[in-house]
Design a protein around this ligand. Structure first.
Ligand code: ATP
Ligand code: MG
Length: 389
């Protein structure tokens, strides 16, 4: 047991004032030990969920029974929610969901958690309880299952995906051999997970500052081909990360996905937004450091700067000047084609399909010309064409 700094998240002290026997557990303790900013704070307590709600009520804190069946109550303080879960032990597992019983044994609760670095808890006085050597593993960058890897995976196959999530974020050097063997042997178990779960974990893995080692390990354990069935382009992902691009999961998915984006999006049930983003990113990159301002204006007239910048990362080559290109894209105002149907009607063209055709031709002219002509110039061009016909 060691002393440590407090977790300075507003509301934490109020929860502790109502529930002095509760401890912060899991990710918040792990991240606080590393000095990483903590946002989500979960508590564990030996009190029953009913008693937790009574105590919160007495302290004037609103509580919501978010998962009473498995012992979770959420305390709402300001805009923040704090999950308070009663100490548990597993009675029965089926590969994803566990039947739990409440306990007053802190060690048992820690033992059912997935990795040693996720088992630590911290009491109000700042004492860290570390039953499985989590802090040493955290400092050494070792991601290790609590107990036998095979058993822990067979209890819940989601832990395969969680392994890669935490490996990407916290691991250094070679992966734990037992974990690698167990994941390799049991990888087909991820077929029992919902695609939504898998997709959500993929995004979390790829949100890590440097997910390269985790993705390489997904490949050697045979997990990646089960998820990226359409094809995976690991060198493209590695190149993207090497360039120092921002840690945007969708950008990284676009690099890593070697095959058909539409099939991938349908199979993993991406949201409409995500699918659109992926397909936008997957279009060939057309801009480069030699692009002129007119090229940039034309591109910006058709698409958001964000999409063009994303594609520039994916299409970046060895020549210098790409950061400058992105600077130009980001600061250039999006050109606006200012001619509207009513302007054409005002010229004496009757409302109807012809108005749209004229507008379309006018926009094509404006676009070819570098997206610089204003309303007046566009009108002039339209009139010129109409009279020339
Ligand atoms: P993150 O920063 O990604 O949210 P976290 O550690 O808070 O990391 P969560 O998925 O929010 O991760 O889970 C909170 C804690 O609950 C974990 O630290 C772990 O102790 C425990 N836990 C969550 N899911 C599982 C699981 N499937 N098997 C075992 N323990 C789990
Ligand atoms: Mg969390």
């Amino acid at each position: 047991m060691i002393e440590m700094a407090r977790i300075a998240v507003p509301g934490v002290e109020r929860v502790w004032a109502a529930l002095p026997e509760a401890r912060i557990a899991g990710g918040a303790v792990r991240d606080a030990l590393l000095g990483v900013a903590v946002s989500d704070v979960d508590f564990t307590s030996p009190l029953s969920p009913d008693e937790v709600m009574r105590r919160l009520d007495r302290a004037g804190i609103r509580s919501v029974p978010t998962g009473i069946a498995h012992g979770t109550v959420t305390a709402v303080i300001g805009k923040r929610g704090f999950e308070i879960t009663t100490l548990r032990r597993d009675i029965e597992t089926d590969g994803r969901h566990a039947v739990v019983a409440f306990t007053d044994d802190w060690r048992q609760d820690a033992a059912r958690r997935d990795f040693t670095i996720n088992t630590m808890s911290m009491s109000q006085d700042g004492t860290v309880y570390d039953y499985f050597g989590g802090e040493a593993d955290l400092r050494a960058g070792i991601l290790r299952f609590v107990g036998e890897a095979e058993l822990r995976i067979a209890e819940d196959y989601l832990r395969i995906m969680r392994f890669f999530r935490f490996f990407a974020r916290y691991a250094k050097g070679e992966p734990d051999k037992d974990a690698v063997r167990a994941i390799t042997d049991l990888r087909d178990g991820i077929d029992t997970l919902s695609v939504e779960r898998i997709w959500s974990e993929i995004k979390r893995i790829l949100a890590a500052a440097d997910p390269r080692a985790a993705v390489a390990l997904m490949q050697t354990t045979g997990v990646l081909p089960l998820i990226f069935i359409e094809g995976a382009n690991i060198p493209a992902l590695n190149r993207l990360v090497d360039l120092g691009s921002p840690p945007v999961p969708m950008l990284r998915v676009a690099a890593l996905l070697g095959g058909d984006a539409e099939a991938f999006a349908a199979r993993l049930k991406l949201s409409g937004n995500e699918q659109e983003l992926l397909e936008t990113y997957k279009k060939p990159n057309a801009l480069s450091p030699t692009s002129t301002d007119a090229d940039l204006r034309r591109a910006l007239a058709d698409e958001e700067a964000e999409a063009l910048i994303a594609r520039s990362w994916l299409g970046q080559e060895v020549e210098p000047g790409w950061d400058e290109l992105r600077g130009r894209i980001a600061t250039m105002p999006r050109p606006d084609f200012s001619l509207h149907g009513r302007d054409i009607v005002a010229l004496g063209i009757p409302v109807g399909p012809r108005v749209g055709e004229i507008l379309k031709a006018a926009r094509a002219w404006w676009w070819e010309n570098g997206c610089v002509d204003n309303l007046e110039a566009c009108l002039k061009q339209v009139q010129h064409r109409l009279h020339g016909q």
